[in-house]
Design a protein around this ligand. Structure first.
Ligand code: SF4
Ligand code: SF4
Length: 157
């Protein structure tokens, strides 16, 4: 399916008009703002359960486009990559970034103006400084026991 065919499947302002359970596959995919934040490694505090984001990126994340380099077959390389769906958003929303469109809709909040669905441009998220463009460190460069040194303060919003 090309971009035009995909766009034709998007109903007007679906993100405001429809509950997430009623979105079609193309609308669900279009909801992703392309920030890449969810592809950063996270550390969980075993005592408190709190989640901290690090600058360490998944081996498949492209640091410039902020997209997965092998999206359709990513599970072959990263088996624990979470495939978001209306069925599991309730379970995973708590560790998604506060700006994530899936989390926002799940929490019945509006999308931000920089979301490509509103701005009309996939570059707006980068221009607004919300994406991870240019700020990641690939996971193979840093030993896992040093990831704690790369925690990002207050990054999720
Ligand atoms: S955090 Fe949410 S909106 Fe951003 S890339 Fe991940 S799934 Fe898409
Ligand atoms: S496999 Fe792809 S989608 Fe999954 S975390 Fe890595 S870069 Fe992101």
């Amino acid at each position: 399916m090309n971009d035009t065919e995909m766009k034709n499947k998007l109903r007007p302002k679906f993100w405001e008009q429809l509950p997430i359970e009623q979105l079609n596959k193309e609308e669900w995919e279009a909801l992703c703002d392309g920030c890449g934040k969810c592809c950063l490694h996270k550390l969980e505090d075993e005592e408190t359960g709190s989640i901290e984001y690090t600058k360490i990126s998944c081996r498949l994340l492209d640091d410039h486009s902020c997209k997965c380099g092998q999206y359709s077959i990513r599970k072959n390389f990263v088996p624990d990559c979470v495939v978001l769906s209306p069925a599991n958003i309730k379970k995973v929303a708590y560790w998604m970034p506060d700006t994530c469109a899936y989390r926002l809709l799940y929490e019945r909040k509006p999308l931000f103006d920089w979301h490509p669905l509103i701005s009309g441009s996939p570059e707006s998220i980068h221009d607004a400084g919300i994406s991870v463009r240019g700020m990641c460190v690939p996971e193979f460069e840093i030993p896992e026991d040093e990831w704690e040194d790369y925690i990002i303060d207050d990054f999720r919003s």
